[in-house]
Design a protein around this ligand. Structure first.
Ligand code: PGA
Length: 255
């Protein structure tokens, strides 16, 4: 991968998989397999796995992320987790606005924006997910959808803060379906996101932001996807649950 401006970031998104003991076993395989990585490596895991994940990865090059957070500091929000709780544990990253959260749990760009600002204020690095539905792509409004999400999800986020934010382009039709966007499709939208950031902020800011592709990325297609100039890494679901596959993607991003 020839990335002169940005270091690649490979993040696993475990979703609702792995109990704490299973998480420990998986990370014990992942840690040695990615120890020579020349890219950033993150595992975003269920809340209940965070503690063991932080323990197993302590002192290694694997960073730990959560899969969501609430925007309030504390209060009557049964079942939610605050940024302060994550920060105190030593969590560094948090996935926000994943399409599954939007689709099944009623998240909107407004709540994604609130969570993003809260995460940044607490010193967590958000991985903000955007992406179009199949129907939206078929109607040829992918760019409108993405431009709107970027604008709303990052509303009121400063230039300094947006540089700490990772954007994950995840076409909803490619998530968990085995259908990957082609490398050209991924590059087209990741490039569009960078141009949108340049318009909202500046070219300098846009060049500093990490933009990942996510959606059925695996050890077989990572090389080609990551060869694209605007694809700075991947947010990996299914393939992040198999140490060998995840390590192969990390290796592709380290080239
Ligand atoms: P997938 O998931 O790699 O299983 O398609 C990606 C994601 O949802 O982040």
């Amino acid at each position: 991968m020839d990335k002169t401006k940005r270091k690649a970031v490979i993040a696993g998104n475990w979703k609702m998989n792995k109990t704490p003991s299973e998480a420990k076993a998986l990370l014990e395989e992942i840690v040695p397999a990615v120890k020579d990585a020349d890219c950033e490596v993150i595992a975003c895991v269920p809340y209940v796995d965070l503690s063991v994940a932080l323990e197993v990865t302590k002192g290694t090059n694997v960073k730990i992320g959560a899969e969501n957070c609430h925007w309030a500091e504390s209060g009557a929000f049964t079942g939610e987790i605050s940024t302060g709780m994550l920060k105190e544990m030593g969590v560094e990253y948090v996935v926000l606005g994943h399409s599954e959260r939007r689709q099944y749990f009623g998240e909107t760009d407004e709540t994604v924006n609130k969570r993003t600002k809260a995460a940044l204020a607490a010193g967590l690095k958000p991985i903000v997910c955007v992406g179009e539905l199949l129907w939206e792509r078929e109607c040829d409004i992918t760019e409108e959808v993405i431009a709107r999400q970027i604008k709303l999800d990052l509303f009121d986020v400063s230039a300094e803060d947006v540089k700490k934010t990772i954007i994950a382009y995840e076409p909803v039709w490619a998530i968990g379906t085995g259908k990957t966007a082609t490398a050209d499709q991924a590059e087209e939208v990741c490039g569009f996101i960078r141009a949108a950031l340049a318009k909202l902020y500046s070219q300098e800011v846009a060049d500093a932001v990490t933009i990942q592709y996510g959606g059925s990325m695996n050890d077989g297609n990572a090389d080609e996807l990551l060869s694209k100039v605007n694809v700075d890494g991947g947010l990996i679901g299914g393939a992040s649950l198999i140490a060998e596959k995840f390590a192969a993607i990390v290796k592709a991003a380290s080239k």
